[in-house]
Design a protein. Structure first.
Length: 303
């Protein structure tokens, strides 16, 4: 029994107990799970699942410009990424208003252009290693500045979601009612409408994608946002339960991915997303909305 406990300690606890870089990576990943996964739930409910993927590519040129100006400065790259993501999202909305193109079509064109520009900028200035670091991240290389960035973004996002929750739910499920209702608290107050909530929500998405680029990379950050969110819909019908489930799955994927990355010497970002994918595959089979329960219920109804 003592040998088994020692083995479990060595596999599950010792990496975090012995190494500070593992503890920093753990805190950063859990913070992202707490803030990014609930945003993914709202993206899926709004049928904007691919929006997050597009925005994760769109932040790359801003991150690249920040890198070119200030090197591996977390604040400079984060600021550049936020500005690039907001600019691409804003341009996509503007194009959809001024042309017959839908917003998703204009965003697809813009994010591909932004991705190409970002890769070109990094290739002109940096090395292949630098490019891979920005694209795929390194959770095990999170420093104190990066940890403060992720923790600050996570805290602000959770508080913002708590304050915005009612408006976001209305804008997600009944935007027509939101557009025709007045802002509570002031008689005759100005009508903000669904546009305001959507832009504020997209800003939170961009900020969380930027916060995740150091740990998961600009291409992998969206995985921790979307995969647990999609998986949670197979387990629950109510929104609060989906939000909680998505955060729990993201946290489990982060812990398992860090441990596997440490023991198997694999890239941390893709390993974390691979663990999230494994949880999604299990949900497809065993969740109440998955294949096995649906097959069981159908076969028993036929019988």
């Amino acid at each position: 029994m003592t040998t088994e406990l020692a083995l479990l300690w060595e596999l599950l606890v010792a990496p975090f107990a012995e190494f500070a870089f593992m503890r920093r990576a753990l805190v950063a990943t859990l913070a992202l799970a707490l803030s990014a996964a609930p945003l993914g739930v709202f993206l899926t409910l709004r049928r904007m699942s691919l929006f997050g993927d597009a925005l994760s590519h769109a932040v790359l040129p801003g991150v690249a410009l920040g890198y070119m100006v200030a090197g591996l400065s977390i604040s400079a790259m984060a600021l550049g990424g936020v500005l690039a993501g907001v600019l691409v999202a804003g341009l996509a909305g503007l194009v959809s208003r001024l042309t017959p193109l839908k917003e998703d079509a204009s965003l697809a064109a813009l994010y591909l252009m932004a991705l190409a520009l970002g890769v070109t900028l990094i290739s002109l200035q940096g090395t292949k290693l630098d490019l891979l670091h920005l694209l795929f991240g390194s959770a095990l290389g999170v420093d104190n500045d990066g940890l403060w960035l992720v923790a600050s973004v996570s805290t602000c996002t959770v508080l913002a979601l708590a304050l915005m929750y009612r408006g976001l739910v209305l804008e997600t499920f009944d935007p027509v009612f939101l557009n025709t209702s007045r802002q509570p608290g002031r008689g005759g107050a100005r009508r903000w409408g669904s546009w305001f909530w959507q832009q504020l929500f997209l800003l939170l998405v961009v900020v969380n994608l930027v916060a995740g680029f150091q740990t998961l990379g600009t291409l992998m950050a969206v995985g921790l946002m979307m995969i647990p969110a999609v998986s949670s819909r197979l387990w629950h019908d109510t929104l609060p339960a989906q939000l909680l489930n998505a955060s729990v799955q993201a946290a489990l994927a982060g812990i398992a991915g860090l441990l596997l990355s440490y023991h198997l010497d694999t890239p941390s970002g893709p390993t974390i997303i691979g663990c999230a994918g494994a949880l999604y595959a299990s949900s497809l089979l065993f969740a109440p909305g998955g294949w096995l329960p649906r097959w069981w219920n159908t076969s028993h109804r036929v019988a």
